[in-house]
Design a protein around this ligand. Structure first.
Ligand SMILES: Cc1ncc(COP(=O)(O)O)c(C=O)c1O
Length: 391
């Protein structure tokens, strides 16, 4: 379907209908499949065809629809769904690494991603962390022993933007696999594969669901990688996506483009409205010309995305007063939801990071991460500006 535009693909790609011709994707809530004969069972275990399934840990028709739709949208040959975004990150890395290998990763990573790298270290994988914005640091860290590079294309929560094309060029020069956690870019603004990413990982829990209903993850890549090491790792270690959650995510994908564009428009309006406000020391939004990687964000994503982080001049006290004064924006720690969400990373999502690491990453006591939802932009601005007025 190369002639279809992304919004059409988000609605229709990967759909499989049973003999009943159902309109909505069917939920195949089954762990296993029945074979007509013993010979048929044997043949399927030797090699399962496109429409043949063995066991839901290996694959399931509803899950396969989600995988096929994600591969089409991301522009990869294939995709494999997982139970959560972290299962996807863990599988993407662990499936291809062994003791003695070397990984270079950006230091500004979601806490659980850093934890996965620590597990790899326990099994003899060397890990070097770099400032992801510093290409000289990547160049110095990547060596012929480097098997993979890993980074969030837009970092959580300080919204640093990493140059996918430049890092991929350095990594490919030594044959390393480029694995990009693309959650903040979303599949709508993603050009990761075109820019050189080999593997793109999403927490589908975020924008893809968009309703805060379920956990899910997906790894997108070449057929050799996905149906080779990645599938082998996930199917034997058990982090398969539930068919019910795949169905929720398929429904989420249908409205993804509409939601994310509306969220990004509100994010830009909010960032413009709060930057320069007396209570706000720093406004971090890649869509603002003042953001250090603004130009890069525009070429890489064509948008600043759906997230805005603000650093309140009054520190944690001001941040808590601001959060407690919000009436529409909810205090929580998810992102990408249709409902706007405010998070205080220093005391929640990034609480466990040592103080010096928080300081290095810019996770200050006053930092508040805002995930814009699809509510009316004017209502959101009034809510945030009203809460800023309270402090
Ligand atoms: C950048 C990033 N990667 C991965 C994850 C993990 O996703 P999940 O919560 O679905 O496991 C998250 C979310 O918490 C995230 O923000």
């Amino acid at each position: 379907m190369p002639e279809w535009k992304p919004r059409t693909k988000l609605v229709h790609a990967g759909a499989r209908r049973s003999q009943w011709g159902e309109m909505a994707e069917a939920i195949h809530l089954t762990q296993g499949f029945v074979y007509d004969t013993a010979e048929a069972a044997e043949a399927r275990f030797v090699e399962a065809g496109q429409d043949e399934f063995i066991y839901a840990r290996y694959g399931n028709p509803t899950v396969r629809m989600f995988e096929d739709r994600m591969a089409v949208i991301e522009g990869t040959e294939d995709a494999f769904a997982t139970a959560s975004g972290m299962a996807a990150v863990n599988a993407a890395l662990t499936a291809i690494l062994k003791a003695g290998d070397h990984v270079v990763a950006a230091r500004a990573l979601f806490g659980s991603c850093l934890y996965v790298l620590d597990i790899l270290k326990r099994f003899g994988v060397a890990v070097t962390l770099v400032d992801g914005r510093d290409l000289a640091a990547w160049a110095a860290a990547i060596t012929p022993a480097t098997k993979a590079v890993f980074f969030e294309s837009v970092s959580n929560p300080t919204l640093e933007v990493i140059d996918i094309a430049a890092v991929a060029k350095l990594a490919h020069a030594v044959g390393a696999v480029v694995i990009v956690d693309n959650v903040f870019a979303t599949p709508v603004f993603s050009r990761a594969v075109e820019l050189g990413a080999d593997v793109v990982v999403y927490s589908a829990t975020k924008h893809i669901d968009g309703g805060g209903r379920c956990l899910g993850g997906v790894v997108c890549g070449t057929r050799d990688y996905i149906r080779g090491p990645l599938e082998t790792y996930v199917k034997h270690t058990g982090s398969a996506l539930s068919p019910f959650n795949a169905w929720v995510l398929l429904n989420g994908l249908q409205t993804l483009d509409l939601r994310v564009r509306a969220q990004a428009a509100s994010a830009l309006a909010l960032a413009e409205a709060v930057s320069g406000h007396a209570a706000v020391a720093r406004t971090l939004y890649p869509g603002l010309a003042s953001h250090p990687e603004h130009e890069l964000a525009m070429t890489q994503m064509g948008s600043g995305g759906t997230m805005v982080s603000i650093d309140l001049a009054g520190g944690q006290e001001a941040a808590f007063a601001f959060l407690n004064a919000l009436k529409i924006v909810l205090i929580s720690n998810n992102l990408g939801d249709a409902r706007s969400i405010a998070t205080h990373p220093a005391t929640t999502t990034h609480q466990r990071l040592p103080a010096e690491q928080k300081a290095l990453l810019g996770i200050t006591p006053g930092l508040v991460r805002l995930s814009l939802g699809i509510e009316d932009t004017g209502d959101l601005l009034a809510d945030v500006l009203g809460a800023l007025a309270v402090i």
